[in-house]
Design a protein around this ligand. Structure first.
Ligand code: TMP
Length: 237
């Protein structure tokens, strides 16, 4: 497969066209942003960790019956994915209070939620990704009732699988963000990434943060934590 011109550069990834109109190549960068782009920096080696972790998780999720955009890992930073049109939603799943939920509801970080919490944000940088509910999503034409039911079903099933898989790596899945896309025939598939950028992962024993919060909150040790997560997941480095 031949890599052609760059289609798009996001905050953490670049997307390239290929000679196959139904396939793109994503390339993961070490660039990090937070606070809707106000904070910028680099987490050395992050692109490799995020590429390899995402692909590992997507392969396992496919085995669990979750359709994904994953096709083939090309190298440490680059992966072939199916061409999708991204549904402009961030689908957040939370098992414990943290981050914006802890702030909004006045909960102590780490409080166990009695059931998983699903939230949606409209992906729009100019509006700082406002939270929306299912009625907004249907009213704005982003997804139908049936598509939303499918998305929510996938998100909860992904949560069940990831939680138990990560527990086996001594990691607690606090919360995470998913994105879904549509293939040209309308099939909804999991897209984007599953990585320490998009998941809050705490060590089950020490409760140490093992994710992007280390960088967001200037706690130090982000590079080492990303490598450690990959090592626990893949049993190598
Ligand atoms: P939040 O607590 O800041 O709302 O974040 C919830 C989860 O979603 C957390 O695991 C980080 C992830 N997330 C992203 O991946 N991208 C984003 O733009 C935001 C706001 C959160």
């Amino acid at each position: 497969m031949q890599k052609l011109e760059q289609l798009y550069e996001g905050k953490a990834k670049k997307v390239f066209k290929t000679d196959d109109p139904e396939r793109y190549i994503v390339s993961y960068k070490d660039d990090a942003t937070a606070l809707n782009g106000l904070k910028r920096g680099t987490i050395v080696g992050k692109g490799v960790v995020n590429n390899r972790m995402t692909n590992h998780m997507m392969r396992l999720l496919e085995q669990q019956g979750i359709p994904t955009h994953y096709v083939q890992e090309l190298n440490d930073r680059e992966t072939v994915v199916k061409k999708v049109s991204i549904i402009p939603l961030e689908v957040v799943v939370r098992n414990f209070a943290a981050g914006s939920l802890a702030t909004r509801l006045g909960l102590e970080e780490g409080t166990k939620m009695q059931c998983p919490v699903l939230e949606f944000c409209y992906k729009n940088d100019a509006l700082a990704d406002p939270m929306v509910n299912e009625y907004h999503i249907m009213a704005m034409g982003f997804a139908t009732r049936e598509e939303l039911d499918r998305i929510c079903g996938y998100a909860l099933k992904i949560n069940e699988f990831l939680q138990s898989y990560l527990k086996g790596c001594n990691l607690d899945l606090i919360d995470f963000k998913l994105e879904f896309g549509k293939l040209s025939d309308g099939t909804i598939v999991l897209a984007d990434e599953i990585s320490p950028d998009t998941c809050r992962l705490w060590d089950s024993t020490t409760h140490n943060h093992m994710d992007k919060d280390l960088w967001r909150r200037d706690m130090g040790g982000a590079e080492e934590a990303y490598q450690e997560v990959l090592k626990r997941l893949m049993g190598e480095n």
